[in-house]
Write a protein that binds this ligand. Structure first.
Ligand code: CDP
Length: 237
């Protein structure tokens, strides 16, 4: 990866429901970039594991599945149900299935396997190498794209994050439990932050942004006001 503006990738990491995908999509729209939400890839593998009746604890079988499934992330087209992208597993549209509470409960365990990460990181880098992409996840600034010229780490209080995920889920399905969402988020953050391989953490050169009590538009404006973008607009200054 170079810092050439035509082949660059922006890395965004942070805990569950911190607003990183919303902000990442808005930033991508403003810059004319693609959004790559790597969480959707780990979720898709988890969905395939559960669908196939594989135990999420069976490292060998889960890793084998991660290597063999056909995983595609496509623009949403004119589906119009609020999706930011369409996720296909072996040709099936699983965009909303990967957001189920069953996937929430199992995704961290599946994501902790070294072989699963190896496989998905390979696919993520292949997409990011094409450039002009905002890549969102947990280990983008530390492992997937350590040379990314801009790294953001987006956080918010657990209660605010649970409230956002609750509102989102209610909107979409009409059924959600705040307490269950909060518990799941805290458990996942704990697991993701303490796993052996690629634990969630800010890279040393990340800019940390707290989105508690802030609207996404205001967060995006402050990102676009960073020195990094000023330098890009005025090369040589
Ligand atoms: O949307 P939310 O923040 O709830 O989660 P997500 O970004 O869809 O990620 C779901 C899970 O995938 C996380 O809890 C991690 O276990 C895993 N993940 C990961 O390990 N590495 C990434 N780069 C992205 C997600």
């Amino acid at each position: 990866m170079t810092s050439n503006e035509f082949v660059e990738a922006i890395a965004i990491d942070g805990p569950a429901a911190s607003g990183k995908t919303t902000v990442g999509q808005m930033l991508a729209d403003r810059l004319g970039y693609l959004l790559l939400d790597t969480g959707s890839m780990y979720r898709a593998v988890t969905w395939a594991v559960l669908r196939g009746g594989v135990s999420p604890a069976d490292e060998r079988a889960v890793t084998e599945l991660a290597k063999t499934i056909q995983l595609d992330i496509e623009p949403p087209g004119n589906v119009g149900d609020g999706r930011l992208y369409t996720v296909l597993v072996d040709g099936h549209d699983v965009t909303w299935q990967i957001r189920s509470s069953e996937v929430d409960v199992n995704v961290s365990q599946v994501s902790a396997f070294k072989g699963v990460r190896h496989e998905l990181v390979k696919r993520q880098r292949a997409i990011a190498d094409r450039g002009s992409v905002v890549v969102v996840g947990r280990d983008i600034g530390t492992v997937v794209l350590p040379d990314a010229p801009l790294k953001l780490y987006i956080v918010a209080s657990p209660e605010e994050r649970a409230r956002r995920r609750w509102a989102e889920t209610m909107d979409r399905t009409g059924d959600a439990s705040y307490d269950r969402i909060l518990d799941d988020m805290i458990r996942r953050d704990q697991y993701d932050g303490h796993r052996e391989h690629s634990p969630m953490r800010p890279a040393d050169d990340s800019i940390i942004i707290d989105t508690t009590d802030r609207q996404p538009e205001s967060v995006v404006s402050s990102i676009l006001a960073l020195d990094y973008f000023k330098k890009r607009e005025a090369p040589g200054q």
